[in-house]
Design a protein around this ligand. Structure first.
Ligand SMILES: [Zn+2]
Length: 132
């Protein structure tokens, strides 16, 4: 699958962002190996701490529908900022467990695009293997 398709889905998901406080809109899309898509957008809250990021919304949607890390082909995260948005620290921790280390993550703000993965974004991460 071309990255163009998943990016279009992520930008469409960004239209559903609820960001009255930051006015910073994020969209995300997970593509599964069997051809499904799961969407996420950032959903803010007046308490700030209860805000959920777009990429966590998308990966939680995929997991909520029974998909697991081996089923996920790609993740796209897009924003309307001047720079490419990379996942925040909380999202990196979540994605390091819920995605495989080499699953492609496509980041774009519509002007610039880059492809990375969790191995690059969170090396030496703490994970389930550390609890055994
Ligand atoms: Zn985040």
């Amino acid at each position: 699958m071309e990255d163009k398709v998943i990016l279009e889905h992520a930008f469409k998901a960004m239209e559903n962002a609820y960001a009255p406080y930051s006015n910073y809109h994020v969209g995300a899309c997970i593509a599964t190996r069997d051809g499904n898509y799961f969407y996420g957008a950032n959903i803010e809250n007046a308490s700030y701490g209860a805000t959920n990021c777009g990429e966590r919304s998308a990966v939680f949607a995929a997991y909520s529908n029974g998909y697991r890390r081996d089923d996920i082909e790609k993740l796209a995260i897009v924003s309307d900022g001047d720079t490419i948005a990379t996942p925040c620290g909380i999202c990196r921790q979540v994605l390091s467990e819920l995605l495989k280390p080499d699953t492609p993550i496509i980041l774009s703000n519509g002007k610039q695009t880059m492809v990375t993965n969790m191995r690059e974004l969170l090396p030496y991460s703490f994970g389930p293997e550390d609890l055994k």
